[in-house]
Design a protein around this ligand. Structure first.
Ligand code: SF4
Length: 476
């Protein structure tokens, strides 16, 4: 009987792609994937460590999984912890959670199959960073009930990840068959003071354009209808790719944005009816060329996700966003003028250290004036290891909560007014479930849905008249 592997994946779409790669490597080793945790010989918890609440959720998931395995159909079940929290805190977690059978890092996602075999036979987990010593038995105390406790075992925790998948990396897709996430790059080179992601995910590294195109070409042939391009900063795509032709250590594109533009223009050439959606863009790297490209490519969704985080100049500086209020205001004007019908999604942080009432008010005024089609608000979370965690002027939770509520209730009014304007129009919809669809202006999981009055074929595009709105959602 083959080994059954189950997985609980938390966090963002980037973590989800890692989960898909891990499961791909499990299948490659001839194991089975199960959706029932009870039924798994090995259960993997793919964690998130983005903010405090995400870490709490991850720890709870690990503890719940450990508790449940005593009651599961497979009492000998092994527990593996992967993802951002494992990458960053493996040593601390190992101390606190000896019950976990192995922690793995982000560079090891494509090796999960091998790691599962090793955990089941109690061999040491392979570590891509350092060679296995001859005296393995002294380094790996494989006789203990816990596994992977040596320094070597957790060496990934001291190194910044460098892994990036390729087009032929085995992958088991967890999204509906018609909609995929394509990770075009990994890591981040920005110095945002509230963020610890670069410490967990390493420096920015782009996939070669041919690799991304080969992946999308294959998926278009399979009938995929939606490609959600993701990375930490999608607009940085290609700025780190070097070419001999351009001279020693010259980037393929030294200016901003052309690589992503080129990629989009190449994707546009593929036959087929599909949407390409840009998620996680950074305001600093937008270019006129990119705006013109999106306008010219009808397969690129009239939707962009551009986390702005704040608008007040001193907040942007303290957050080290590498951009200015003037640049952002001008960019939004150019986006709206250059791409008619564009839906803009953004996120802001409220309660960042030192944020005054006046600075928060300027953010509220900006939200009211720009009227973003989609908007999320985060309460600032003090992350250990970030520069902002040490800043004076930390804001009490009560004020953060009040600012969060004020910004969200304003956005709710804007969203409802925006939805009302759409009623009566005919829109192209992508059917996610027989009675649920999305418009071009809605990314999967994070945005609104369209509730249908009669079932439609999943994975197909249909054109429907919008008949009403219910909260953030539309009716058709
Ligand atoms: S752009 Fe800033 S917020 Fe986004 S991942 Fe990079 S450092 Fe973090």
């Amino acid at each position: 009987m083959s080994t059954k592997v189950g997985m609980v994946s938390l966090g963002c779409a980037k973590n989800l792609v890692d989960a898909e790669i891990m499961l791909g490597s499990v299948l490659q080793r001839g194991m089975e994937i199960t959706s029932s945790a009870d039924d798994a010989d090995v259960l993997v918890i793919n964690t998130c460590a983005f903010i405090d609440s995400a870490k709490e959720e991850s720890i709870e998931a690990i503890l719940n999984a450990h508790q449940a395995r005593g009651l599961s159909k497979r009492p000998g079940q092994k527990l593996i912890v992967s993802g951002c929290m494992s990458q960053r805190f493996a040593r601390e977690l190992r101390e606190e959670m000896p019950e976990v059978d192995a922690f793995i890092g982000l560079d090891q996602v494509s090796q999960l199959g091998e790691i599962v075999e090793n955990v089941l036979s109690k061999r040491p987990t392979p570590n891509p960073k350092r060679p296995t010593p001859n005296s393995a038995s002294s380094m790996f105390d494989v006789g203990r009930s816990t596994f992977g406790v040596s320094d070597l075992e957790l060496a990934f925790a001291s190194a910044r990840p460098t892994y990036i998948p390729d087009y032929d990396t085995p992958r088991f897709r967890l999204t509906p068959a018609h909609s995929v996430y394509v990770k075009i790059a990994e890591g981040c080179n920005h110095p945002c003071t509230f963020c610890v992601i670069p410490q967990m995910r390493g420096k920015h590294r782009s996939r070669p354009m041919e690799s991304v195109l080969a992946e999308i070409r294959g998926l278009v042939a399979e009938g995929v209808r939606e490609f959600n391009l993701i990375s930490q900063d999608t607009t940085y795509y290609g700025m780190d790719l070097w070419t001999e032709k351009a001279g020693p250590r010259q980037p393929v594109d030294s200016s901003r944005g052309p690589s992503l533009s080129r990629l989009l223009r190449e994707i546009q050439k593929f036959d087929g009816d599909f949407w390409v959606r840009l998620l996680y863009t950074h305001p600093a790297h937008w270019s006129d060329e990119l705006i013109e490209t999106i306008a010219a490519c009808d397969k690129v969704a009239r939707y962009i996700d551009i986390p702005l985080q704040h608008i007040h100049e001193s907040m942007l500086q303290r957050m080290r966003r590498e951009t200015s209020r003037e640049h952002i205001e001008r960019l939004i004007e150019k986006l709206r003028a250059g791409i008619p019908g564009l839906a803009i999604r953004t996120t802001f942080i409220v309660g960042f250290p030192g944020e005054t009432d006046e600075e928060f008010e300027s953010l509220v005024e900006f939200i009211e004036r720009v009227r973003f089609e989609r908007l999320g608000i985060f309460k600032y979370s003090r992350e250990d290891g970030s520069r902002a965690a040490k800043m004076p002027g930390q804001i009490p939770a009560k004020i953060k909560n009040a600012r969060y509520r004020a910004a969200m209730s304003l956005q709710q009014k804007i969203a409802h007014a925006n939805a009302a304007k759409i009623v009566g129009r005919k829109l192209k919809l992508l059917i996610d479930q027989p009675l649920l669809a999305r418009t071009e202006a809605d990314a999967p999981d994070v945005d609104a849905r369209v509730i249908l009055s009669k079932p439609e074929a999943v994975g197909e595009f249909v054109t429907k008249r919008i008949t009403g709105a219910r909260g953030y959602d539309l009716l058709a």
